[in-house]
Design a protein around this ligand. Sequence first.
Ligand code: PMP
Length: 351
Amino acid sequence: MAEWENKVRKAVPYTPGEQPKEKEITKLNTNENPYPPSPAVKEALEELNYRDMRLYPAPDAAELVSAIAAEYKVKPESVFVGVGSDDVLSVAFQTFFNSDKPVLFPEITYSFYDVWADIYKIPYEAIPLNNDLTIDPEDYTLENGGIVIANPNAPTGIFMGMDAIESIVKANPGSVVIIDEAYIDFGGESCLPLIKKYDNLLVVQTFSKSRSLAGMRIGFAMGNAALIKYMNDVKFSVNSYTMSRAAIAVGAAVVKDSEYYKGTCAKIIKTREHAKNALTRLGFEFPDSKANFIFAKHSTVEAKKLFEELKKRKIYVRYWDKPIIRDYLRITVGTSTDMQKLTDALTDILK
Ligand code: PMP
């Protein structure tokens, strides 16, 4: 090791799902939306003047912030925007998790939380799930430096009702509670109404899933104006211009067309329920997902084998060779044609 390497900040990075280069694959591994985004995206991009790209974008992304505020009926001071919800969550970790006490999150959850905790040197405690993979709100009453919960949880897809979320927020007035609602539009109910009642609740959402814009990188958070101010202070201490001109214009246009994304979400929910029946017939078990993926375990065949066999047939799903979850595949809900290809392939593999 070179001497300078002693001074390097060493990180164990998050591993995102594969983005294979080959064409004609069935991609059910990163929870992208199988449908294109609202046509409002095309118009917004056409209206962008390439000559303006020489100018910095608005540092406050006010056009996007106001459009989100109007859609969700909150004040613009209650909205923070970032480069996907990963950026928003990362800023929230830096801002709110600054204590010697451990931040709490479920043992099985979005695997970026422990990566951010490590890079920002935040102590944390991963709380085991119940045997049925649900979260017990009672477990989140320990002394802590903050709490983060994905709802629906990932990769289980299990949704926790607003009463359970409220009990966690209420029990922890001394900490910020972050609820990561990346998948909320696929059948859950947002806890957003609670931000009026609790000044320690931050609700994080994204345009990547229900609004089909993973490639544009737009995420947002809503909470009490004081929370948002603290996040902006941290953000403006790192990078003034996180949102590009394109992201601001596209995001503002898309948020005004909520009818469109509600339609594609309804199709995905229908396909998901259909896929659940097909998977049950093939011998799989899974928690009742309210997200755009199904976390499925086969009664006899190992998940790793299924993952590899599917890949040979150009069908990509997600598999983690990790304790507790190594028997499961996380299958993104695609179009009904995608799901038919998946169940046909599984039928062939399992015969
Ligand atoms: N939260 C959860 C639970 C996720 O699964 C993801 C997607 N990987 C994200 C946040 C981040 O998504 P994005 O940065 O695209 O908004």
